[in-house]
Design a protein. Sequence first.
Length: 699
Amino acid sequence: MLRQYELVERVKSYDPDADEALINRAYVFSMQMHGSQKRASGDPYFSHPIEVAGILTDLRLDDETIATAILHDTIEDTLTTHEEIEAKFGANVARLVDGVTKLSKIEAQTENERAAENLRKFLLAMSDDIRVLLVKLADRLHNMRTLHFIKSEEKRRRIARETMDIYAPLAERIGMYEFMNEMQTLAFRELEPDAYASITRRLELLHAGGGDRIARIGSGLKLLLSRAGIEAEVTGRQKHPYSIWRKMAERHISFEQLSDVMAFRAIVPEADDCYRALGLIHRRWPMVPGRFKDYISTPKRNGYKSLHTSVIHAENMRVEIQIRSQDMHAQAEYGLASHWAYKQDHQRPDGQVRWIRDLIEILENAESPEELLEHTRMAMYQDRIFAFTPQGELYQLPKGATPVDFAYAVHTDLGDQAVGAKINGRVVPLRTRIENGDQVQILKSKAQEPQPHWLNFVVTGKARAAIRRFVRNKERDESVALGRKLYDEVVARLPAQLGAEALALAMKRLKVDSEPALMSQIARGTVNDRQLMEALMPGSAGEDVPGEPRRAPSQREAISIKGLTPGVAFKLAPCCHPVPGDRIVGLRCFDEPIAVHAIDCPSLADGIDADWVDLAWGDRSDGGTARLSVILKNEPGALAVAAGVFGAHKANILNLRLENRDGGFHTFHVSLEVRDLQHLTRIIAALRATDMVSSAERI
Ligand code: MN
């Protein structure tokens, strides 16, 4: 175990200004609080936080982080309170210790492996101070180093699994590759002891008697490139047992077939040199087919650029070679801080730890966390939020997600039946935006079904698709029902009783292959009355059936409305006669075409039980029928003047009726074909402008 003075000396060696007293106080306090608690190894518990602090001195972290590491288990495992920590060590350390404690609690809640990816992202998002995460990772690393002391195999495996699924990938994500490798190796040894032993043995055999193979191959590679005038920095390494194992498992190949046991990296000055170097390497050694990857022309999503290839080197050894320029290498190595650190500090004098120190500085000076996150890979998670079910299951959603999105993320049925939601115990409207960390409870009812207006606020593709699918199916059902009604009307008009046979024959004649398809064609008007009559009973429609005028081309051919699935039956409501330009809304009642009303139509009040559909006029609307009430003075020629106004505006009169005769005034109701609202407004204005018209109003 590190002694108090050793720990202080380590910190002083890289940070002479570090607060020595702070570290000393923390050391003594932690030792007192943990008292006689013991680790599974039999060591005093207190050795654990000290070792964690020691790991963090390797990263040259600041005094506050070191103190946090020493104190990190006090709130959780001893009687210490937040207030005590704050009083003794200041607000910063107290906040950091709290952060680590909070992360530990989240870990305890989750045993669901499926949620691992979400949990990793959540931990990252919660660690608003990167130091919290670094302490947590060092804590986990030390626990892995001492894992073998734990007696229960089940517990060991659970911890190893969690490390593999959550902490190693987290370490990778923020660029802590050494942490990642060690965690993976230790977890692998626990989870797959036989595979671990076998791979380690083979690696030893491979090197037995071969001398330093890696150095030999590496210098050969460097020489090859420098002869061609490319001054490359070449490094080589043996792959870690876990990554070898993963490759073997992924590709179903044996150790001997594996090309990735040794990997080399050639860092060349410029991007152009990469392809030249590749050519030289492929000419010198045969390449392994299928292993070449050009991440320069197609970078990975995180911006990673490099050429990867495998060649068959002398001694029949396959080796992997990565080729990249200095710029690309810097980008790949900086991890979390790649974006800004590289630009600020091209030289990077003290290696990878530098960016962490810079990062901490920025964290402390940044006005807001967002300012920093903007520049780091953490930004990846800023467009996500994380929310819990009442059972503590975690779901990841895009920012702006609502309880409806959440419900669909949990289960399609839950989304379909959502009627309301509670966020953190409070009832909220379904369109409420969920905040990070919210607990969301969906209230459901079997009687509920997806509402078309949800489409106005959901943000996830899953919710959108489910609602659309439902609405589409429902509209199809409605259109089949409407078609059947029209069909029955036509059948009733025919002189004979018709049975199933006639229908089957009619379908054949109309080349329709199912009854619902026929009904929906009737509803849409693709099969009209006359065609249907002819098909059911040839000759019945005749040339011109008396008293049965030819069906006028339906309005729906002349009008387009946005918000409706094409082909869905609708009608313009007879109560308000909306014309293009009016704000409109659709009411959907079972068994009826969707009724299109003007938004201020009084009869909408009766429609509260119907589904409301948001509609807008389409671009190709050819017009509509407006109804006007016009009061004319009882004078000769007054009606002619009004008719003249309609004529001058090219508005066709469809119907004109005298409604009321009252002393000196006559009230007429006029149905008028107009192009749109603007057209109508101009006509009304022109009417009002004449002396003969006392008033003109739309009904
Ligand atoms: Mn711990």
